[in-house]
Design a binder for this molecule. Sequence first.
Ligand code: ITT
Length: 200
Amino acid sequence: MTELILATKNLDKIIEIKSVLDNLNFKVLTFRDFENFPETKEDKKTLEGNAEKKAREIWKKFQIPALADDTGLFVDALDGAPGVFSSRFAGENVTYKQNREKLLRLMKNIPLQKRDAIFRTIIVFISQSGEKFSVKGECKGYIGFEEKGKNGFGYDKIFYVKNLDKTFAELTITEKNKISHRGIALKNINKILKKFNKNF
Ligand code: ITT
């Protein structure tokens, strides 16, 4: 079976990505399958830069095709913040909840019609030979005034999907993957990955 490593230590992402990639017949490997799995410093200014850095580092170290996801939540009223810094919005090594609370605090006086936001994901795939492919996925929505829902991770409890008026945390993983930034990016990368899968 063709092997593919997910260049992330984020278990929540891994669950979402695997639920889509499993249909493609890859042997999907994660950090749990390796010792000394490196932690990439995300110091690039763009999602694309960080996604490529993560994927390339893993590909270089293990010589296996690698796939990385870099995601950001861009809020209009905050000039695009937290954006590329979404994982450390409230500081280094903070919890998802601390990030959500900071965002809600900063936006507490902003009216509903000015709470638009967008989730963006860039997925980068580095093939066995080192060739790079990158795809994008976006999902438009708005930030709520308080947490709602029990599923998902990160900002899911406060991100309302436009035209659905439910937070991501109120959706099942299958429902989220159908419309989310990551789900769309995965659909786009699937088309590319199929060409690299010997089993197809
Ligand atoms: P890796 O770099 O190891 O992949 P990370 O958690 O650092 O994991 P990102 O830099 O892409 O990943 O982090 C963006 C942050 O945005 C992440 O920590 C979550 O808080 C949030 N996030 C990412 N995807 C999300 C999603 O689908 N729903 C809600 N929040 C999400």
